[in-house]
Each structure stands twice: as structure tokens, then as C-alpha cells.
Ligand binder design. Structure first.
Ligand code: SAM
Length: 336
């Protein structure tokens, strides 16, 4: 079970959207409300004191700064949907708490882990980039900022309802280099013209979300056991994740692929990478270490797992996993 330090004692992280505001101006403006520090690891990420309330700050409202938050109300909806089988007393308790959250505008604040994913991909400004599973678009707009609004990003999303949220995030960010694609990433033909020049792919597929259950408060439930999450569900997710990763590596001009999850389960993380590694190697890819100075690496279950990056759901607020594949010699080279 998680023994989590309450959110009120942890720093708050915000990412400056450099498409709209530079980091120094953001520090000046936010500094009027609280002590602001640069994160030092993730570019454009700022750290504020625990409990800083910025949710209706003008810089947040106009998309100059993105706050890493999940409204608890949404988390409760997910929770109730997934736990309708739980006992009546705990269900009524949770409904009561839902109303408390709505009244108090409570948010679960995320750590910096989710901001590490796009930075780990490190796209060049003029590249064509594919965000394979993109909604609600937090990482898509981070990529756009890292590319200085240049190049081109294709944001692919299967779920029609989630497209609306994706478009809202893109509009708020002010990015004009993102093309939204409603479709199944697995069905994109890598050899088709629009995809044949893709140089980098961010693959953040559907996962169990077990690394953020601390935010979703599931761990407080008497019935919660992190080790016995539905095995069938995890197997299905892992099977999709493997297919998606193999597909990402098959794009002919791709040089960098990031595979990430917000799961703590080895089956969705190290096992996915280990099973795809022979294919990756045969296509000329190698694992590389994102954020080499970060101490928490992959579980030592195969040779090469030291290149993987994990964050801890308690210490770092979210249990994220990042694998970075790099290929120096793609099949199709850039035309000069
Ligand atoms: N990267 C996103 C962000 O940071 O905002 C979060 C992505 S979320 C973990 C995974 C997304 O993948 C969901 O929106 C889901 O609907 C979408 N998805 C699932 N299967 C897909 C598929 N086959 N093709 C495209 N998108 C898919």
C-alpha cells in the first residue's frame, strides 16, 4: 500500500509554455504570489511551494503556464465507474467525498514525471513528429513548445470524445504546428507519404494508470491491493502496448521513439521493452538513457534495463516509466 505524503506537503510544478511566455517572465509574474525555483532537470519546469493555489491564475487561464493537475472530480468519476462492485458503505462514503471535492475545488497535483516524457524524446525544431496516442494533449503541446512552434506534429487519437479535450489543449497552448488525426495508430501505414518523414514518435498508450492511483485515492479503499490488479486487464493492456511499440519502431525515417506509461507494473513497462528489444535491435535501434542523472532506473530484469527510467509514485508523486530508443541510421534518410 502507498504511504503517501499528503499533497499539501509537496512542491507544485508548473511548465512554462514557451510558445506564449519566456521562463524569466513567468518567474517574475508567479514570483509575486510565491517563491519560484527552476526545476533544474526538466527545461521550462518551475517548482513552487506546497499548497500554492494557482488554478485560476491569469497565466494558467491564458495557457502561458500549464499546471500538472488532475481534478479529483474526474478521478472520482473514473473510480466510481471502475468500482461499482464495491460495498454500498464504501460507495456512499466516496459519493460524499465527491461532493466535498466539488465544493472545495480540490485537485490532485501531479509531480514532474509527466513533464519528463516529451523532454526525453528531444525532437529537433524542424522535425516531423508523431504523438501516437495523444489526448488530452499535455505532452503534444509540450512537444510543440520544445520545437519552438516549428516543424510539424501529428497528434493521433482513437477516442472521439477525447478529441474535444485534445483540441482544447492545443488551442489553449497557441501551437499552430499540430495536426489532429482521428484514427487508430495501429492502422497507420508507416510507408504512406504523410508518415514516411516522421523522425520522432512519442508513444504514451493506454495503461493501467497504477502509477497515479495515489492521486486517484484508490489506495485508501479497504479492497485495494496494488499487487492483485486484474491480471486479465493488465495482459490485454500489455499486448496492445507491445503491438504499438513494435509499430512505432517500423516507421522508416524514425530516429527517436519514447515509450512511456503511468504504470508501476513490470508487465506494462520492462516486460514490454524486453519483448520488443530483439525487433528494435534488428531495425538498428538501441536503448538510450533519458535524463542520465536521474537515479531511479528500470527494474533489473534484463540486460539494458539500466537505460530505462522510473519515477516513484510516492517519492516523485507519480509512478511513470520512460524508455527511449535511438537509431542513428534510419532506413530513409532526410533528403538534403
Ligand atoms: N499523452 C497523453 C497526454 O499526456 O495528455 C495521454 C495519453 S493516454 C495515456 C492514452 C490515449 O491513447 C487515450 O486518449 C486513448 O484514447 C488513446 N488510444 C488508445 N488506443 C489508441 C489507438 N489504437 N490509437 C490512437 N490512440 C489510442
Amino acid at each position: 500500500a502507498f504511504h503517501q505524503t499528503p499533497d499539501v506537503l509537496k512542491p507544485r510544478y508548473v511548465r512554462v509554455n514557451t510558445l506564449k511566455l519566456d521562463v524569466e517572465s513567468a518567474i517574475l509574474q508567479l514570483g509575486k504570489h510565491a517563491k519560484v525555483q527552476k526545476d533544474g532537470l526538466v527545461p521550462d519546469l518551475l517548482m513552487l511551494p506546497p499548497n500554492t493555489d494557482l488554478h485560476d491564475h491569469p497565466l494558467i487561464m491564458n495557457g502561458s503556464v500549464f499546471m500538472q493537475v488532475r481534478p479529483l472530480v474526474v478521478n472520482f468519476m473514473v473510480f466510481l465507474k471502475e468500482n461499482l462492485g464495491c460495498s454500498c458503505s464504501s460507495l456512499s462514503l466516496w459519493i460524499m467525498m465527491l461532493f466535498v471535492c466539488i465544493r472545495m475545488h480540490m485537485y490532485a497535483f501531479q509531480g514532474k514525471a509527466s513533464s519528463m516524457v516529451a523532454a526525453a524524446l528531444g525532437p529537433e525544431p524542424d522535425w516531423e513528429v508523431l504523438d501516437a496516442c495523444s489526448a488530452p494533449g499535455n505532452k503534444t503541446v509540450h512537444l510543440a513548445a520544445l520545437m519552438g512552434g516549428n516543424g510539424k506534429i501529428i497528434a493521433c487519437e482513437l477516442n472521439e470524445q477525447r478529441l474535444t479535450r485534445l483540441r482544447q489543449t492545443i488551442n489553449l497552448s497557441g501551437a499552430s504546428n499540430i495536426e489532429v488525426l482521428h484514427g487508430d495508430f495501429l492502422k497507420l501505414n508507416p510507408r504512406d507519404l504523410p508518415y514516411s518523414k516522421i523522425r520522432a514518435i512519442l508513444l504514451d498508450p493506454s495503461c493501467s494508470g497504477s502509477g497515479t492511483t495515489a492521486n486517484r485515492l484508490d489506495h485508501l479503499l479497504p479492497s485495494y491491493d496494488a499487487n492483485t490488479q486484474d491480471a486479465e486487464r493488465l495482459n490485454k493492456l500489455a499486448s496492445f502496448q507491445k503491438k504499438a511499440l513494435a509499430h512505432a519502431l517500423s516507421f522508416p525515417a524514425v530516429e527517436r521513439v519514447v515509450y512511456s506509461t503511468c504504470s508501476i507494473h513490470q508487465i506494462e513497462n520492462e516486460d514490454v521493452v524486453a519483448s520488443i528489444l530483439p525487433l528494435a535491435t534488428s531495425l538498428g535501434f538501441q536503448l538510450a538513457a533519458p535524463f542520465p542523472k536521474w537515479n531511479r532506473r528500470g527494474l533489473p530484469v534484463f540486460s539494458g534495463s539500466e537505460y530505462l527510467l522510473r519515477t516513484d509514485p510516492v517519492e516523485d508523486k507519480e509512478g511513470f516509466f520512460i524508455a527511449l530508443f535511438i537509431r542513428k541510421d534510419p532506413e530513409i534518410k532526410e533528403e538534403s
